[in-house]
Design a protein around this ligand. Sequence first.
Ligand code: PLP
Length: 403
Amino acid sequence: MHFHYQCNDCGYEFESDDVTYLCPHCAGTEEPGDFRKGVLWLRYDKTQLRALKDKDDLSTEDFMPYPDPRPGAFPCGPTPLVRPAFLGDGIDLTLKLDSQLISGSFKDRASHAVACQAYHHGIRQVALASTGNAGAAMSAIGAAYGLSVKLFVPASAPVNKLMQSVLYGATVIPVKGTYDDAFGLSSAYTERCGGINRNTAYNPITIEGKKAVSIELFLQLGRRVPDIVYVPVGDGCIFSGVYKGFLDLFEAGLTDHLPRLVACQSSGSDAITKAFETGLPRPVKASTLADSISVSSPAAGLPALRGLKESGGHCVRVDDDEILKAQRTLAAKAGIFVEPAAAAAWAGFEKDSSHLSKGCSATVLLTGTGFKDMSVFEGRVSLPEPIEPTIEAVMEGLGVGSV
Ligand SMILES: Cc1ncc(COP(=O)(O)O)c(C=O)c1O
């Protein structure tokens, strides 16, 4: 579909068929450490967008900026929409399982869109900075689409997620420094060596890829949007994407309202929540065991704030203990095992649920599988001691006397 760019901050609209990152006027005008300025939205041709209203076989691809050059090579959804039998208590609850995407996290959606962008521009190299899931997702799609991936990571990043990227064949470059240092290096790399930079929110196509989840959800619900959606938030890029998907549906005339969007943040990494409360976008010193949402200065903080305001949404803070409890609740009551960052969305829903009216429809976005990082359970979950291979030992172990 034909699109142009619009700056989230100054509103400047422009066309370009070059690989485009931030607004030429606002990029770099923020104070050091503040939320990034100049993040771009893609705006579609209104006539083309409205024509989608009458399309019977509507799909997420209809809303995408670039066609998929290798359809079927790395399917990105639809992910399961679960109606848990033992959770929800009177609420029309659905769980959107993006943890089931091929690399195990929501980040496949953005990486898939960036792979399509690379093909559109005849480019076969992608560089990015990541602490885990985004890198793994881009590396996996790189393998499937024949792209060379250069992944810059802070040397302290969790090993499990990085091993995935190594196995997918990416060039993993650990950096003695922070995520920001890795981010800076990946940009310097693409400036000097070419290729697409996939950094979150810096490349506006990442937000477009992420928006697919909202369109998919709309289709799975029989062409309607839920009343409220819970999203785990660190950089705010997933949240911005979710908002953008619903906005596109609204502008296409496919829905007459946006769902309320709830940003679920760790209390130890709550920059967007604080900015929403105070109106002052300032970095925080982030510290949470939910590594994927541990963010000091959110890259998509300003677009996420816009999504919060325009959807009539709000923020919920959850402690690490509540996140761990949520992770176990989802596993034990719904058979769904997610990583702590994803569990933050469930913890946010649980905190809010007493205020939701019965029968309202709520969707919780579960963004990453728990299998990637078992280390959070060390010292928390223990396996029983092995028993002798006899039925008597089973009975004794279960505390059931012989009959
Ligand atoms: C599993 C998971 N959930 C949630 C998030 C938060 O997304 P964002 O940083 O765009 O807010 C991430 C980001 O890495 C993630 O990997």
